[in-house]
Design a protein around this ligand. Structure first.
Ligand SMILES: [Cu+2]
Length: 172
């Protein structure tokens, strides 16, 4: 925003503006991290699955592995089958577990992995637009801190455990 104002006030041509913007982007990449691997290329996902549900809410799980020397942050997610998808964590509030949006998203540690599983961190689907049936493949797009994205195709399966963690009352 500040950059475009600067360019406008300097009265530069559109062509110059594009060149300046590109140079600024390259500069940002160089200084953000010594590792130039795109976040999306650093992360591989295994065993992705989503809990089958007729309506309302559900959640997706799996293992995210980071093959680089830098921590990678998953900041947001989306799916065509839900109004919204959020990184969630489960917390213990005086003996009762409840869940909430995880501030800042998930960190996948350098040379490590993050497991999303029932009762722990998960990708929460809210406002299902259609039933998710066992066997369905549900695409979730996850976005990382550097803006790169990965499509995850999660297979739906019936899962009865941890039902209490997905009660609508626990969501705002
Ligand atoms: Cu949740």
């Amino acid at each position: 925003m500040a950059r475009s104002q600067l360019i406008r006030s300097a009265g530069l041509t559109a062509f110059t503006a594009v060149t300046v913007a590109s140079a600024a982007l390259l500069g940002a990449c160089g200084t953000d991290s010594a590792d130039t691997t795109r976040n999306a290329d650093a992360i591989s996902v295994s065993q992705p699955w989503v809990k089958a549900a007729d309506s309302g809410m559900t959640a997706a799980f799996g293992v995210l592995e980071n093959s680089t020397e830098s921590d990678v942050r998953l900041v947001s997610a989306s799916s065509d089958v839900a109004d919204s998808v959020e990184p969630h964590e489960v917390i213990d509030e005086g003996g009762t577990t409840t869940m909430r949006a995880k501030a800042g998203g998930f960190v996948i540690p350098a040379n490590g992995s993050l497991t999303l599983d029932p009762g722990g961190e998960h990708l929460m689907f809210m406002g299902l637009k259609k039933p998710v049936r066992a066997g369905d493949s549900v695409r979730v797009t996850v976005r990382f801190a550097d803006g790169s994205t990965t499509n995850i195709d999660a297979i739906a399966r019936d899962f009865d455990g941890n039902q209490e963690n997905y009660a609508p009352s626990e969501h705002k």
